[in-house]
Design a protein around this ligand. Structure first.
Ligand SMILES: C[S@@+](CC[C@H](N)C(=O)[O-])C[C@H]1O[C@@H](n2cnc3c(N)ncnc32)[C@H](O)[C@@H]1O
Length: 341
């Protein structure tokens, strides 16, 4: 098994290649990604990673338009920028929540030392490196291990018994960011004796965060917080069994990712690539406008087997979606749903 952190950087490696590098080979009849790899490329080639400069630190407190900025002009400029990003790179942020996009654009604009949204547009159109920095800001990658411990506790209690009835479990983490959620669930499945029959697809729009996820290295200084989350989530062992201090961080056991396939996938523009027993999409839809949320719910509905589980973030729900009647609530407070028709 290859050591995390040493794997060659790999912008376009599809799940099949990933499987060859770590995950066990998967039977084709399970609807494997051989059918359609979820590795999605932006429309234009991106810059070589070696040449990419480190993103400038953003400056706190500056993520607002100057008071004199005309709000109508600002909106036009933002819409034109998002359209240009979509047409040139294929990343579609046009239906993301406006207030959040606006804040993030100003944050990036000021970090780049620019004065107008149009100037930011010109920069990202001509610089794939600037586009990567903007993508990191727009995609909001905040995450943590055993985030919302009550969710994991409920999952362990109410969903694991259902999963035990399946001989093979296909899991999709959509919008997995740097992978903390994926490693948390791998730990949980392992403790419940289900990991060996699981195949986990972990996808995100942003290839930079996926690269981090693949390394299995997380900040050592967050281990205390993660240990507390793990205990509150109902963990049954000592959390420190899962990692060693190495490469300047906490290196998690490669056994946790041997059945995981990390791949780029865009929930806005890409289709389903398989059928799943469980889909996690936590703290992603919150950034989307209602119309886009509905589109993604349609994608999830089509991608779930009957009686499959959909897990959303604490501030997300199926309410007002046309799919609401198709799911039962598995837990009264956690956003865990079961597709029933
Ligand atoms: C706040 S993080 C959530 C991470 C994790 N699910 C959690 O709850 O801790 C949101 C993630 O969604 C990803 N994302 C945003 N838009 C996306 C899209 N259109 N398709 C796939 N992933 C997307 C971002 O790149 C980011 O990593």
């Amino acid at each position: 098994m290859s050591e995390p952190g040493i794997t060659a950087p790999d912008a376009g490696r599809g799940p099949t290649a990933e499987a060859a590098g770590g995950a066990a080979a998967e039977p084709r009849q399970e609807g494997s990604p051989d059918v359609r790899p979820p590795t999605m490329r932006p429309r234009r080639a991106r810059a070589s990673r070696a040449a990419r400069p480190a993103p400038p630190a953003s400056q706190p407190g500056l993520s607002e338009a100057p008071p004199a900025y005309d709000p109508d002009l600002e909106r036009v400029e933002i819409e034109v920028l998002l359209e240009a990003v979509y047409r040139h790179y294929g990343f579609d942020f046009r239906s993301y929540a406006y207030a959040s996009i606006r804040r993030r654009l100003w944050k990036r604009l000021q970090a780049e030392g620019l004065k107008t949204i149009s100037a930011l547009q010109a920069l990202v159109m001509h610089s794939p490196e600037a586009m990567e920095r903007l993508l990191l800001d727009l995609s909001v990658n905040v995450t943590s291990m055993f985030r919302d411990p009550g969710f994991y506790k409920a999952f362990r209690r109410d969903v694991i018994p259902l999963l035990r009835t399946y001989p093979f479990i296909r899991v999709w983490h959509a919008g997995c960011s740097t992978g903390e959620e994926v490693y948390s669930m791998a730990i949980l499945l392992q403790e419940e004796g289900l990991y060996d029959r699981a195949r986990i697809y972990a996808t995100d729009i942003n290839d930079v965060v996926l690269q981090k996820a693949r390394t299995g290295i997380f900040p050592l200084e967050r281990m205390q917080e993660y240990t507390e989350n793990y205990i509150r989530a109902g963990g049954t062992r000592s959390f420190s069994e899962y990692y060693t201090a190495k490469y300047g961080g906490a290196l998690f056991s490669p056994l946790l990712t041997r059945n995981v396939i990390f791949a780029q996938h865009n929930l806005v523009t890409d289709r389903s690539f398989s059928e799943f027993n469980v889909i996690f999409c936590r703290n992603v839809l919150i950034y989307f406008e209602k119309s886009l949320q509905n589109r993604v719910h349609s994608l999830f509905y089509d991608s779930l087997v009957t009686f499959g589980i959909l897990a959303l973030g604490s501030k997300e729900s199926l309410r007002f979606s046309k799919y609401e009647p198709c799911y039962d609530r598995v837990h009264p407070s956690e956003k865990i749903y079961r597709k029933v028709k």
